[in-house]
Design a protein around this ligand. Structure first.
Ligand code: BLA
Length: 308
């Protein structure tokens, strides 16, 4: 096994010294997401043969961005993007199973400044958990106690892009808080618990052999990637940091890698409601608008839309 740093050596070499200098002048309270990544990578290595993915070689290092990517049996891609500047800290960490597995996608997206921490932590379902009860029961029933524990400690963050909800599970942690040592500790604890839960799912997952089922998993993952590569709320920040061209390249080839390999269906085919009269994609993030002021899942993981 190669240590993860070898994998990111090039990017890291460019970034490390300037990053260290900057960190020294940070406020003590600034959260660092490095330990989150270290935990996830080490915990995965305890379970499986994690090998570096060549992906990030394609991208030039930019001072504040740190990227890591691996693959393993059952795992198509484990990748993280960590951004640490004086003004903000970002963790974008996802793990995508191979299409033979319908195991949820691990998703941790944290955006943090001195005044606000915006958090999405979830085992994003591959298939619809509202209409496909068997899928929900299989993966989330036993995880509800974990979800409830953290839903209390990290309460619902209020209205969000309505379309996003289909990509979330009944145990999603969607929250916003003013950073404090206590809250940051709770977040780290939630992250490690959710990651351990995900590792268990993938460990016990048995490869699907039915071709149509594998195709359906592949398409669901492609649809997810297509949605996020087009409408993820982090795009604006990325564009400001590295420019539109680099940001687009980073999104397609690294962050949402697989979008060009797993399928050829377009964004507008999946989400036709975003089609403008001239055939372009509507630039609005949401067509429906924001909704779900409160957590729309009850304690049993039943979808309850109190908003309508
Ligand atoms: C805000 N990030 C948000 C919001 C959500 C997410 C739900 C609230 C705004 C909204 O309702 O859209 C996250 N949305 C997700 C995730 C999925 C989804 C994970 O649909 C998955 C399916 N966030 C990042 C990264 C950056 C970032 C990498 O993950 C920056 C580089 C920034 N997220 C960010 C910022 C906001 C935000 C700045 C607040 C701005 C806003 O509300 O539009």
């Amino acid at each position: 096994l190669k240590p993860p740093l070898l994998n990111s050596a090039r990017v890291f070499a460019i970034t490390h010294s300037s990053w260290r200098r900057k960190r020294a002048s940070f406020q003590v309270s600034a959260i660092s997401f490095q330990k989150y990544i270290h935990f996830a990578v080490n915990e995965t290595k305890r379970q499986t043969q994690l090998v570096p993915s060549p992906l990030q070689e394609k991208i030039d290092g930019k001072s504040e961005l740190q990227m890591l990517s691996f693959q393993a049996p059952k795992i198509r891609l484990l990748r993280s993007l960590c951004i640490e500047t004086e003004a903000m800290q970002v963790l974008d960490f996802n793990v995508f199973p191979e299409p033979e597995f319908d195991v949820p996608i691990f998703c941790a997206n944290f955006f943090s400044t001195t005044s606000i921490n915006i958090v999405v932590l979830d085992l994003n379902p591959l298939h619809d958990v509202i209409s496909q009860r068997d899928y929900k029961e299989r993966y989330y029933k036993s995880l509800m106690p974990l979800g409830l524990k953290y839903a209390e400690l990290l309460p619902w963050g209020g209205k969000l892009t309505s379309e996003s909800l289909k990509f979330f599970s009944p145990i999603v942690i969607w929250t916003r808080f003013t950073p404090s040592e206590l809250k940051n500790d709770v977040l780290y604890s939630a992250f490690t618990d959710y990651y351990k839960a995900w590792l268990k799912l993938i460990k016990h997952a048995v490869a699907e052999t039915d071709v149509s089922q594998i195709m359906s998993n592949r398409e669901a993952q492609h649809r997810y990637l297509t949605w996020r590569a087009e409408k993820d709320p982090g795009h604006g920040v990325l564009k400001k940091l590295i420019g539109e061209t680099m940001a687009k390249e980073l999104l397609r080839s690294f962050i949402f890698n697989g979008i060009d390999e797993l399928g050829s269906t377009t964004f507008l085919d999946y989400f036709p409601e975003y089609r403008c009269e001239d055939g372009a994609i509507n630039e609005k993030r949401s067509i429906v608008g924001k909704s779900f002021e409160n957590r729309p899942w009850d304690t049993k993981g039943e979808f309850i839309d109190k908003n309508s």
